[in-house]
Each structure stands twice: as C-alpha cells, then as structure tokens.
Design a protein around this ligand. Structure first.
Ligand SMILES: [Zn+2]
Length: 135
C-alpha cells in the first residue's frame, strides 16, 4: 500500500486512507490503519516517540507501528512511502516491547535531568511504574 505525505497545521477530523498527516508544529502524525478497519492511528513525534523522515519516495516512520489496542492488532512499518507488514506480536512480545520503550524514555529523561530541573527523575520513575503495571 502506498502512503503519501500531507503536512498540516491541525489534524483534519476526517482522514483519507493512504495519507500520513504530519504536524511538525504540534509534533504529531496520524493516519488510517492500513488494514482498512478505518481506525485513526496517532503517533506522537519526538526524541522518545516516533521519528518521521521524508525521503524521495515518500515518508517513513520509525519505530514500527503496533496497534495492539485495536481488534485488527496490525503491526507494520511506514517506510519510503509504503506499508511494510511486520509479524503479529504475542501478548508477551507486546509487554516486552512496552518495557523497552519505557526504559528508553527513562534513559532519555535521565540524561535531560543531569542538566535539567529536579524532580524529573521521580516523575519518570513513577511513569515507568505505571507502564510496567499496564497489562
Ligand atoms: Zn486495522
């Protein structure tokens, strides 16, 4: 499936299939699930979130998008303007993935904290606890 880029200021209410909407101003991107279920997929952009790049053949998002919360449970990459399907993850893999994500964020915020405001580490630890508690 082909994915083209549309830069927007605000996310439109109705999304069209096959388009990755990116608002760099609000650090967010959105698209419709490529399986055709019609669900709106939001991917925040940022150092601990998704990274968006625009190549010659179209947009890419990394890491992969895993829609574990949806009935279709799709998992895919958007790479060079195409949907590349990935393997379905088991519950255990989803939990391991969430944990890795939480660790990555904690490390990032810890590195900020060295020069940043106090109290950040306590907030991050609290956030990681909540992530781990999620089932
Ligand atoms: Zn879907």
């Amino acid at each position: 499936m082909k994915i083209s880029l549309e830069r927007v200021h605000f996310m439109p209410k109705l999304l069209q299939p096959g388009i990755l909407y990116v608002s760099e101003e609000f650090e967010t991107a959105a698209h419709l699930c490529p399986c055709g279920c019609g669900e709106k997929i939001r991917t925040p952009l940022g150092p601990t979130e998704w990274k968006f790049t625009q190549g010659r053949n179209g947009p890419s998002l990394s890491p992969s998008v895993g829609n574990w919360h949806l009935p279709c449970r799709t998992h895919y990459w958007i790479r060079d303007g195409r949907v590349v399907w990935a393997k379905h993850w088991t519950e255990e893999q989803v939990r391991a993935g969430r944990l890795r994500e939480a660790q990555r964020r904690a490390e990032y915020f810890y590195s900020l904290n060295r020069s940043g405001p106090r109290g950040m580490v306590a907030r991050v630890i609290e956030w990681v606890r909540r992530m781990i508690a999620l089932k």
